[in-house]
Design a protein around this ligand. Structure first.
Ligand code: SER
Length: 339
């Protein structure tokens, strides 16, 4: 009896999942199954073959999926983000680290069952960086993947370790076994900048001030930004993030010189975002009310990242720079959403 070949997305009900499901469902050859603690939004349900409501930490559920489906591509999106993780660090560790470990084991067993590598796409984050001071952040400019790997948040620590775990599964899995064990996980990670979607709002992150400001303005709600206007970190429009994940997932392994890649699109200050939003929505009421603690987290993230390797190895090429992101994607789509 043969199992049905599919792509698996965990954490599918979240922000990235929303866009990824829509994008992957355009390819009828590779049906998608999804897993999340929550049910899928009604507009997404018809796009997937099956949705499992449950946890990546539930071994019986993962066994059921293994028994039913043949999977050679996993997008492991389930995570507790950086702000929420500071209120529940043990839960963040469970979901972000133990959940990732469980999914890597799942991928290894999938690979053993069908004999092919399983591409494991892991969204990591600029939170994996930790700059020691604002002065160091300004001096560092664009950071490379292997610099400043000293995160200050639980989420950042979890993401950095998740990258190491995945690389271990791909390159050194059970390296001392008497019988050679074939590593079946082809692990690939993208360190995403803050992501801005026109159709969903993030929850629990610390880069959320940018999307929150834009959505509040479009909705006609006042917004108090929780970071200083001079605060700068990289951001990207959601469609470019989705495209990047798919590009990296499909790239031939011999083209990849590393397992963890930075990517960037634009890197505006909070004040620059404010100004663009104010000119698009002249009635928007936007103020600043700095939350010193969340500011501290954003100040520890780089003001930009060097994504030379991603551009060279797998052709990362975002469609939207700052102006185009607002003009062609965010503003028209958001206006429609709230009209
Ligand atoms: N957007 C994430 C957060 O703010 C960073 O990857 O937690």
């Amino acid at each position: 009896m043969s199992r049905k070949p599919v792509v698996l997305i965990t954490g599918a009900s979240g922000e990235i999942g929303h866009g990824l499901i829509e994008r992957l469902s355009r390819n009828a050859e590779r049906p998608v199954i999804t897993l999340d603690l929550s049910p899928l939004a009604p507009d997404l349900s018809p796009l997937v073959r099956q949705h499992y409501v449950g946890s990546v930490l539930d071994p019986q559920l993962l066994d059921r999926i293994l028994a039913e489906y043949e999977i050679d591509l996993v997008f492991h999106l389930a995570a507790v983000l950086s702000t929420r993780g500071e209120f529940a660090p043990v839960t963040a560790h469970k979901v972000n680290v133990e959940g990732t470990l469980a999914m890597l084991e799942f991928a290894q067993r999938q690979g053993e069952s069908h004999g092919r590598p399983v591409v494991f796409l892991d969204p990591s984050s600029i939170a994996a960086y930790g700059l020691p001071s604002l002065a160091a952040k300004r001096a560092a400019g664009m950071v490379k993947e292997n610099e400043f790997n000293t995160p200050t948040t639980m989420y950042g620590c979890n993401k950095l370790y998740g990258e190491l775990l995945g690389s271990y599964y791909a390159s050194h899995y059970k390296q001392l076994s008497f019988d050679p064990v074939r590593a079946k996980v082809d692990f690939r990670a993208i360190r995403f900048p803050g992501l801005i979607s026109a159709v969903t709002l993030p929850s629990g992150g610390t880069s959320d001030y940018a999307p929150e400001m834009i959505h509040a303005a479009a909705e006609g709600k006042p917004y108090a930004c929780f970071v200083r206007p001079d605060t700068r970190i990289p951001f990207m429009a959601m469609p470019d993030a989705i495209e990047a994940m798919i590009k990296l997932a499909l790239m031939a392994p011999e083209r990849l010189s590393r397992r963890v890649y930075n990517i960037r699109a634009f890197s505006p200050s909070a004040g620059e975002i404010h100004d663009i939003v104010a000119s698009a929505f002249p009635n928007a009421v936007m103020t600043t009310s700095v939350d010193a603690k969340r500011q501290g987290i954003v100040d520890s993230w780089p003001e930009d990242v060097d994504d030379t390797a991603a551009r060279r190895d797998w052709g990362h090429a975002p469609r939207f720079d700052l102006q185009a992101a607002f003009r062609d994607y965010l503003i028209p789509t958001i206006r429609k959403r709230y009209s």
